[in-house]
Design a protein around this ligand. Structure first.
Ligand code: PRE
Length: 364
């Protein structure tokens, strides 16, 4: 390509950027107007709701449907995600707590869901994320709930039994683990590998094949593992891109997870009910009496009404030894008449039924 051609293309890019800049500013001014309208419509004592996950899901879906390339739908939606995040911050910046410390996959999930224009607060444990939301110190919390290789995150499920919380959204994140080392690491003398227990489990086969005799040490988070490696010459960590970047570590081996489709699902918890979008999921907790056929009775109404169950998990209940509660996720919104009917049917048979929330299916 000649210098002349390159120059001409850059002039075109500059002119397009000016237009994009103007359009983004117009959009931001529109969001400011939206905030004004929302405030004006408030009844006395009513609290304004600036964040509208159902609307955000619609905006992102529309972008993906209309996108003609060359950028992929996901890439384009990510750009709009950030534009919307900045527009919302103009209306009212959100405070979001997540399972920290900085550099965890949960932080990456929080950024994927809310964009970067939020005030984020790392918490030391899942239960603390719940408490922070209950106390009203933040608007929303982000916690992991299941991994495609290792299954349920029991701390999160159990926290729902203790706190009254609304699930306002879900995020799915592809999890890629790397073996990370610091500037001082002697690669032929590695005697210990740090990571979170779930990540060690997700890379078990790779570790058996490549580092069979190296001690595996479970620590509180992948970010904590990365932090430790910085000060030790004989250790490595298993963690993701965010932790590697944060602590300036090098990738000795990339994408070492045993399953290439390894993914984790996270939930957004808050106090805000989310209206239907037409493409929603609902999560409920049900406890049944301990008698033969109880689980069958619970599942029949879903089957009879053709409702798609996406997940069912059992946890010990807090009310007695060998009694259980079921966490069930299914497609639909609890305000849909069909779902309403099914939930009424179930509550007649159940000891207790609690709707944890209906929320838009993950868009990205
Ligand atoms: O439509 C709204 O209610 C807005 O506040 C605007 C907007 C946006 O930028 O599109 C911003 C924040 C909301 O979470 C949803 C959408």
């Amino acid at each position: 390509m000649s210098e002349h051609e390159l120059k001409a293309l850059r002039v075109r890019i500059d002119s397009l950027d000016e237009k994009i800049l103007e359009l983004i500013s117009d959009r931001a001014r529109c969001a400011e107007e939206v905030a004004r309208v929302k405030m004006a419509a408030l009844a006395e004592g009513e609290v304004p709701v600036f964040y509208r996950p159902e609307r955000e899901a619609q905006v992102l879906k529309r972008v993906m449907e209309r996108n003609k390339g060359p950028l992929s739908n996901e890439e384009m939606a990510r750009l709009f995600r950030e534009v919307m995040s900045s527009c919302l911050a103009l209306e009212n910046p959100l405070k979001v707590a997540y399972l920290g410390p900085e550099g965890t996959f949960t932080q990456a999930a929080a950024m994927k869901h809310f964009g970067h224009a939020v005030i984020s607060k790392p918490m030391a444990a899942i239960d603390e994320v719940f408490r922070e939301v209950v106390a009203g110190a933040v608007n929303f919390g982000v916690v992991p709930v299941e991994n495609s290789t290792e299954g349920a995150v029991n701390h999160t499920l159990d926290s729902f039994l203790e706190h009254d919380m609304v699930i306002c959204g879900e995020v799915e994140l592809r999890i890629h683990h790397h073996l990370l080392i610091g500037d001082n690491t002697k690669t032929d003398s590695i005697t210990r590998i740090y990571s979170h227990a779930q990540s060690l489990a997700q890379c078990r086969k790779w570790l058996d094949a490549h580092y069979p005799n190296v001690e595996r040490i479970a620590v509180a988070s992948n970010a904590e593992a990365a932090k430790r490696v910085k000060g030790e010459w004989n250790s490595a960590a298993i963690a993701g891109d965010m932790a590697a970047g944060l602590y300036g570590l090098e990738r000795l081996a990339e994408k070492i997870e045993d399953r290439p489709d390894n993914a984790t699902r996270f939930l957004i918890i808050g106090n805000q009910e989310v209206p239907p979008t037409g493409d929603d999921k609902t999560s409920v907790i049900v406890s049944m009496s301990n008698r033969p056929g109880a689980l069958h009775e619970l599942l029949v109404p879903f089957h009879d009404n053709g409702i798609d169950l996406t997940r069912i998990e059992t946890r010990p209940s807090r009310s007695g030894k060998w009694t259980y509660v079921f966490f069930i996720d299914f497609i639909g919104h609890h305000r849909d008449p069909l779902i309403k009917g099914v939930l009424e049917q179930i509550s007649q048979e159940a000891v207790a039924l609690k709707v944890l929330g209906s929320y838009p299916k993950a868009v990205l």
